[in-house]
Ligand binder design. Structure first.
Ligand code: B12
Ligand code: SF4
Length: 430
């Protein structure tokens, strides 16, 4: 029997800011593989240990091991790759996800192949053909390698660098729902209940974002917005309910972009007894829509306010005004929806006075939650293109960092102190 293991190399850190969600990419690929009658299993490291993962993977004895990676999982990914090479030397080792998409060459030093971008169709088809042809890692040339979108292989005497694909709305509607059956839902739910009183899980409803914020990298879904068919979305929500969740964390880049689609979503979710939250932007939200969202169970929006200075918003290419940000907060709050806001401080080119404007804004608005980060030049973003690789010796793979990984005129200790002071003042105000 041919087997594919899908590894999510995250082990919980118990940091106060940690948010735990079952990895949707692995669930998506597991569903597609199973549709092709391939034996697939997701290995979610979240609640386990590295040694447990080694034992479980070895016992499953897969022919293909696929590992998800992103910037904060760089070290874990390479550790898993090393372990697979030692414990499962015959297995084909494949990487996918946001960071392999933008830096495939770094991964193929350790992996046999990388799938860049949306791998829903290409990776499962590759696995099917690999098994059907009785292929081994050194003879991948026996496969029609040009047929697999996003495939990147510079090893084994091959030079494959296929263009990435973005699946259209019609095709997305034919996809199976993500298969969440391999996750420890009781552990996820217990953690959410303990922290927030609700049991939330993530879902993707729309893909892509048309904006071009300077610091943002959209490695997987890109710039073209696609809306999933709502029948399929609501079949997925039914499954999520059956698994015991009572809340959704809508992970879309721009869920509130299309007000008509959003209104239809609201109409259909109202009455299901599910609360939900989503990310949103400062522009384009009307009072009527915000009220509809509230009526439909929207409890909180995460608003990328980013800065209290118009000059900095312009540097960030946010394509919004300060007034729009303040107005969006007012509209949501007036509708009864909590607003959590993200801010970025210490943007290249930003002045100390502009940073102070951001702290002032964060404390002046009645927000439910605030967070401050220094900009991280994510590969794939315009900021990264401008600043280049982070400084030697600087670790840019850590989560929720407030350390500069590029030369900056801003005094880091001062900035950290001001962030702490603002966070304390915010906590006291509440
Ligand atoms: C939900 C989410 C989170 C959640 C949950 C993460 C989780 N458990 O999945 C939370 C809030 C915890 C989170 C935190 C962070 N996140 Co986040 N997150 C997202 C978000 C919005 C959606 C991810 C998702 O569910 N996608 C849906 C699934 C279906 O897509 P997918 O996972 O990409 O899978 C597809 C492909 O990648 C590929 N694929 C996936 N796995 C595999 C495996 C193999 C073998 C193959 C072949 C293919 C493949 O096929 C899948 C189907 O097409 C993305 C943005 C985005 N739109 O992608 C950012 C994103 C992944 N996060 C990002 C970042 C930077 C972070 C943080 C570091 C932020 C911070 N400063 O703290 C932290 C780190 C968290 C950690 N634990 O390590 C970046 C990663 C950038 C990069 N180049 O690596 C992204 C891309 C956002 C961005 N625009 O910059 N995040
Ligand atoms: S930060 Fe948000 S709005 Fe800006 S480009 Fe990225 S996903 Fe789009």
């Amino acid at each position: 029997m041919s087997r594919v293991a899908l590894v999510f190399p995250y082990f919980r850190t118990r940091a106060a800011t940690e948010m735990l969600f079952p990895p949707l990419g692995a669930a998506t690929l597991a569903a597609q593989l199973r549709r092709l009658r391939i034996d697939a299993k997701v290995f979610d490291g979240t609640f386990g240990t590295f040694e447990q993962l080694r034992t479980d993977l070895t016992a499953y004895d897969p022919d293909i091991v696929g590992v998800y990676s992103m910037v904060s999982l760089t070290a874990n990914t390479l550790r898993v790759a090393e372990m697979v090479r030692t414990s499962l030397p015959k297995a084909l080792l494949v990487a996918g996800g946001p960071l392999p998409t933008v830096f495939p060459g770094r991964y193929t030093q350790h992996f046999d192949a990388v799938f860049r971008g949306e791998a829903d169709v290409s990776f499962p088809r590759f696995c099917r053909d690999y098994f059907a042809g009785g292929v081994v890692p050194s003879r991948m040339d026996a496969l029609p390698l040009d047929d697999y979108g996003g495939l990147f292989i510079p090893n084994h005497g091959l030079h494959v660098d296929n263009a990435t694909v973005h699946h259209g709305e019609g095709e997305l509607a034919t996809f199976p729902l993500p298969d969440r059956s391999d996750f420890d839902h009781a552990a996820y739910q217990q953690e959410w209940r303990r922290k927030t009183g609700t049991m939330a899980t993530s879902i993707i409803v729309t893909l892509g974002c048309p904006y071009g914020c300077d610091f943002c990298s959209k490695p997987i879904f890109g710039n073209v917005v696609r809306r999933r068919d709502l029948d399929s979305v609501f079949a997925e929500i039914e499954e999520i309910r059956r698994l015991g969740y009572d809340s959704l964390w809508i992970a879309d880049d721009t869920f509130t972009l299309d007000e008509a689609y959003l209104a239809e979503f609201c109409r259909r979710i109202a009455g299901l007894g599910m609360s939900w939250s989503c990310l949103t932007r400062a522009n384009g939200i009307s009072m009527d829509t915000a009220r509809l969202m509230k009526k439909a169970g929207c409890r909180r929006v995460y608003l990328g306010l980013e800065s209290g200075s118009q000059a900095t918003l312009d540097l960030m290419m946010k394509q919004v005004t300060l007034e729009q940000g303040v107005r969006a907060e007012e509209v949501y709050r007036a509708a009864g929806i909590e607003v959590a806001a993200f801010f970025i401080v210490g943007y290249p080119g930003e002045t100390v006075a502009a940073i102070e404007e951001t702290f002032k804004l964060a404390l002046s608005l009645p927000l439910a939650e605030i967070s401050f980060n220094v900009p991280v030049p994510l590969p794939g973003s315009k900021l990264f293109e401008r600043l280049g690789e982070p400084d030697e010796g600087k670790d840019w793979t850590r989560e929720n960092e407030t350390t500069f990984v590029f030369p900056s005129d801003i005094d880091e200790n001062w900035l950290r102190r001001r962030i702490d002071e603002t966070m304390r003042a915010f906590a006291e105000k509440r």
